[in-house]
Write a new protein. Structure first.
Length: 184
Protein backbone atom coordinates (compact mmCIF):
# COMPACT_ATOMS: atom_id res chain seq x y z
CA UNK A 1 0.00 0.00 0.00
CA UNK A 2 1.16 3.51 -0.78
CA UNK A 3 1.83 5.77 2.24
CA UNK A 4 -0.79 8.42 2.87
CA UNK A 5 0.23 11.90 1.85
CA UNK A 6 -0.67 14.63 4.31
CA UNK A 7 -3.41 16.97 3.26
CA UNK A 8 -1.87 19.89 1.39
CA UNK A 9 -2.02 23.33 2.98
CA UNK A 10 -2.91 26.40 1.01
CA UNK A 11 -0.57 29.33 1.46
CA UNK A 12 -0.98 32.65 -0.30
CA UNK A 13 1.71 33.54 -2.82
CA UNK A 14 2.77 36.61 -0.85
CA UNK A 15 3.12 34.62 2.40
CA UNK A 16 5.26 32.05 0.61
CA UNK A 17 7.40 34.82 -0.89
CA UNK A 18 7.84 36.43 2.55
CA UNK A 19 8.96 33.11 4.04
CA UNK A 20 11.45 32.54 1.24
CA UNK A 21 12.75 36.11 1.65
CA UNK A 22 13.25 35.59 5.39
CA UNK A 23 15.29 32.46 4.70
CA UNK A 24 17.36 34.23 2.03
CA UNK A 25 17.92 37.50 3.91
CA UNK A 26 18.11 36.22 7.43
CA UNK A 27 16.13 35.12 10.43
CA UNK A 28 13.96 37.43 12.52
CA UNK A 29 14.00 37.80 16.31
CA UNK A 30 11.35 39.33 18.57
CA UNK A 31 13.46 41.61 20.80
CA UNK A 32 15.99 44.33 19.92
CA UNK A 33 19.61 43.17 19.99
CA UNK A 34 21.48 46.37 19.58
CA UNK A 35 20.05 49.06 21.85
CA UNK A 36 23.39 49.31 23.67
CA UNK A 37 26.74 48.01 22.40
CA UNK A 38 29.23 46.42 24.77
CA UNK A 39 32.86 47.47 24.26
CA UNK A 40 34.83 46.85 22.15
CA UNK A 41 31.84 46.83 19.79
CA UNK A 42 30.57 50.12 18.39
CA UNK A 43 27.17 51.17 17.04
CA UNK A 44 26.81 51.33 13.25
CA UNK A 45 23.72 52.11 11.17
CA UNK A 46 22.45 52.26 7.63
CA UNK A 47 19.32 53.86 6.17
CA UNK A 48 17.65 51.86 3.41
CA UNK A 49 14.95 54.19 2.07
CA UNK A 50 13.93 51.90 -0.84
CA UNK A 51 12.94 49.22 1.68
CA UNK A 52 11.58 51.73 4.21
CA UNK A 53 13.81 51.14 7.20
CA UNK A 54 16.97 52.09 9.07
CA UNK A 55 19.10 49.40 10.71
CA UNK A 56 21.30 49.60 13.81
CA UNK A 57 23.95 47.02 14.75
CA UNK A 58 26.86 46.49 17.13
CA UNK A 59 30.11 45.65 15.38
CA UNK A 60 33.79 45.18 16.08
CA UNK A 61 35.41 48.39 14.72
CA UNK A 62 38.01 46.43 12.72
CA UNK A 63 35.20 44.79 10.68
CA UNK A 64 33.70 48.10 9.53
CA UNK A 65 35.68 48.36 6.27
CA UNK A 66 34.75 44.83 5.28
CA UNK A 67 30.99 45.29 5.81
CA UNK A 68 31.10 48.77 4.27
CA UNK A 69 32.05 47.11 0.95
CA UNK A 70 28.65 45.37 0.95
CA UNK A 71 26.61 48.19 2.51
CA UNK A 72 27.65 51.57 1.08
CA UNK A 73 25.44 53.51 3.53
CA UNK A 74 26.99 51.85 6.59
CA UNK A 75 28.03 54.62 9.00
CA UNK A 76 29.69 54.72 12.42
CA UNK A 77 27.19 56.15 14.91
CA UNK A 78 27.95 59.10 17.16
CA UNK A 79 25.27 58.17 19.71
CA UNK A 80 23.17 55.24 20.94
CA UNK A 81 20.15 55.68 18.63
CA UNK A 82 21.28 56.99 15.23
CA UNK A 83 18.17 55.87 13.31
CA UNK A 84 16.05 58.27 15.38
CA UNK A 85 18.09 61.11 13.87
CA UNK A 86 17.72 59.98 10.24
CA UNK A 87 15.04 61.56 8.06
CA UNK A 88 12.91 59.91 5.40
CA UNK A 89 13.45 61.14 1.83
CA UNK A 90 10.60 63.66 2.28
CA UNK A 91 12.31 65.04 5.41
CA UNK A 92 9.08 64.80 7.38
CA UNK A 93 9.58 61.69 9.56
CA UNK A 94 12.38 59.93 11.37
CA UNK A 95 13.03 56.20 11.82
CA UNK A 96 11.71 55.70 15.37
CA UNK A 97 9.43 52.64 15.29
CA UNK A 98 11.12 49.30 16.04
CA UNK A 99 10.06 46.64 13.52
CA UNK A 100 12.17 43.56 14.24
CA UNK A 101 15.68 42.19 14.67
CA UNK A 102 17.11 40.25 11.73
CA UNK A 103 20.37 38.57 10.79
CA UNK A 104 21.59 39.17 7.25
CA UNK A 105 24.21 36.86 5.78
CA UNK A 106 25.63 33.54 6.94
CA UNK A 107 28.23 32.57 9.53
CA UNK A 108 31.19 34.96 9.79
CA UNK A 109 29.73 37.04 6.95
CA UNK A 110 26.59 37.86 8.93
CA UNK A 111 25.35 40.85 10.88
CA UNK A 112 22.45 41.04 13.33
CA UNK A 113 20.62 44.35 13.33
CA UNK A 114 17.53 46.09 14.66
CA UNK A 115 15.24 47.56 12.01
CA UNK A 116 13.30 50.81 12.51
CA UNK A 117 10.51 52.21 10.33
CA UNK A 118 9.51 55.86 9.93
CA UNK A 119 7.28 57.15 12.74
CA UNK A 120 3.70 55.90 12.29
CA UNK A 121 4.41 54.41 8.86
CA UNK A 122 1.22 52.74 7.60
CA UNK A 123 1.18 48.95 7.57
CA UNK A 124 2.33 47.75 4.16
CA UNK A 125 2.81 44.03 4.84
CA UNK A 126 0.68 43.35 1.77
CA UNK A 127 3.27 45.11 -0.45
CA UNK A 128 6.75 44.12 -1.55
CA UNK A 129 9.85 45.91 -2.75
CA UNK A 130 11.07 44.65 -6.07
CA UNK A 131 14.64 43.45 -5.52
CA UNK A 132 15.83 43.92 -9.12
CA UNK A 133 14.29 46.86 -11.00
CA UNK A 134 13.18 46.16 -14.57
CA UNK A 135 14.82 49.34 -15.86
CA UNK A 136 17.41 51.63 -14.24
CA UNK A 137 15.89 54.19 -11.85
CA UNK A 138 12.39 52.74 -12.23
CA UNK A 139 10.52 49.93 -10.60
CA UNK A 140 7.89 48.04 -12.52
CA UNK A 141 5.18 46.32 -10.49
CA UNK A 142 4.05 43.34 -12.57
CA UNK A 143 0.30 42.74 -12.50
CA UNK A 144 0.84 38.99 -12.67
CA UNK A 145 1.87 39.07 -9.00
CA UNK A 146 -1.35 40.88 -8.07
CA UNK A 147 0.59 43.91 -6.78
CA UNK A 148 0.38 46.24 -9.79
CA UNK A 149 0.33 49.60 -7.98
CA UNK A 150 3.58 51.44 -7.31
CA UNK A 151 3.39 53.37 -4.02
CA UNK A 152 5.88 55.53 -2.13
CA UNK A 153 5.24 55.69 1.61
CA UNK A 154 6.72 58.64 3.48
CA UNK A 155 9.15 58.97 0.57
CA UNK A 156 10.39 55.38 0.98
CA UNK A 157 9.97 52.64 -1.60
CA UNK A 158 8.64 52.34 -4.19
CA UNK A 159 6.58 49.38 -3.07
CA UNK A 160 4.42 47.13 -5.24
CA UNK A 161 0.98 47.07 -3.61
CA UNK A 162 -2.50 45.74 -4.46
CA UNK A 163 -5.08 47.63 -6.49
CA UNK A 164 -6.58 50.51 -4.55
CA UNK A 165 -3.34 51.22 -2.67
CA UNK A 166 -2.51 54.77 -1.59
CA UNK A 167 0.46 56.17 0.38
CA UNK A 168 -1.71 56.39 3.52
CA UNK A 169 -3.46 53.03 2.96
CA UNK A 170 -0.98 50.83 1.05
CA UNK A 171 -3.04 47.65 1.40
CA UNK A 172 -6.18 49.37 0.10
CA UNK A 173 -9.15 47.04 0.28
CA UNK A 174 -7.09 43.96 -0.49
CA UNK A 175 -8.98 40.72 -0.71
CA UNK A 176 -7.40 37.36 -1.35
CA UNK A 177 -8.50 35.44 -4.40
CA UNK A 178 -8.21 31.74 -5.13
CA UNK A 179 -5.67 32.54 -7.85
CA UNK A 180 -3.24 33.96 -5.28
CA UNK A 181 -2.92 30.67 -3.44
CA UNK A 182 -0.57 27.80 -4.06
CA UNK A 183 -0.73 24.26 -2.68
CA UNK A 184 2.35 23.18 -0.73
Amino acid sequence: AKPKIQTARKISMERLAQQILLVCLGLAAADPCCTTCQLPKVKVFSTDAPHGFCGEACMEPEHFSFFHMFEANLTMAKDEHPCREQWTPLNDKQYTDYIQTVTHGVGPLSMTLDLYAPTDMPNHDCCYTQIIPIAPWHIDCPSLLEKPVEVRIDGTGPFCCPKGATPTNPCGNETRSATSEVIV
